[in-house]
Ligand binder design. Structure first.
Ligand code: 6PG
Length: 237
């Protein structure tokens, strides 16, 4: 179920998570891109701002890093609810990541399904994977909803049961239509890091860790990297 790192406050969590990402990016042998899928929502803001801070940004090997999205809400990229907009504002623009290293989920296409298909093609091309093969991200960041969802994988949504596609539309049980990486992709990552901040998340975190998943696991309980490392960064504050 992974390694838990608990912190007294969110700032300490963000610093430690940023240091982990830096270490992972630096240890990757030169010449290979470091592929990271950014989580959305509000929690990661502080992490991305820390990575882009004057104290840290000069340490990162930005030119070797490629930024993808774990999931996206079906809103324009300029919408305040857009995960891409949040990532742009807090990290990608401040550190001036090259456009060719930024791989957003396009929500300007005709439907979440079209967007999912296009992102799947983009990922397949980037990772040069063939039919039936899955990309291996160096790092996937995840958040946790109080209902146990993660990425845009919600209980009862077909996307949460998907075993073949890399990217799916997520149309149920969410306030907005979404597009999301699937568990086959998440569980093949070399590293998966959950970011869980706030007292309101403690109950669901403990439920995920201590409740037997049973026949209907919560989505976050389905995150079990086959060969990768799973980290839980948790703070009460
Ligand atoms: C999203 C995220 C979602 C998020 C959790 C936690 O697009 O909202 O993918 O899974 O990580 O809902 O959200 P907060 O960080 O805002 O609590």
């Amino acid at each position: 179920m992974g390694r838990i790192r608990e912190f007294t406050n969110a700032e300490a969590l963000f610093q430690s998570a940023a240091e982990l990402i830096l270490a992972l990016a630096l240890k990757l042998e030169s010449g290979n891109p470091f592929t990271i899928a950014l989580s959305g929502g509000s929690t990661p803001r502080g992490l991305y701002q820390r990575m882009a801070s004057d104290g840290m940004k000069s340490q990162f090997p930005w030119p070797k890093m490629h930024f993808f999205l774990t999931d996206e809400r079906w809103v324009p990229a300029t919408d305040p609810q857009s995960n891409f907009r949040m990532a742009q504002e807090t990290l990608l623009k401040p550190v001036e990541v090259a456009q060719g290293h930024i791989h957003p989920i396009h929500t300007s296409l005709g439907s979440p399904e079209a967007s999912a298909r296009e992102y799947e093609e983009k990922i397949t091309h980037f990772f040069n994977t063939g039919p039936g093969e899955f990309p291996v991200f160096n790092l996937i960041l995840l958040g946790l909803g109080t209902d146990g969802h993660t990425a845009s994988l919600f209980s009862g949504d077909p996307a949460t049961l998907e075993e073949k596609r890399l990217v799916m539309p997520a149309l149920l049980n969410s306030e907005l239509p979404r597009v999301t990486l699937t568990f086959p992709v998440i569980n093949r990552a070399q590293n998966v890091v959950f970011l869980v901040c706030g007292a309101e998340k403690q109950a669901i975190f403990h439920k995920i860790f201590h409740q037997n998943p049973g026949p209907k696991p919560l989505p976050a309980q389905k995150v079990r990297p086959a060969a990768g490392e799973l980290y839980w960064f948790v703070s009460r504050g």
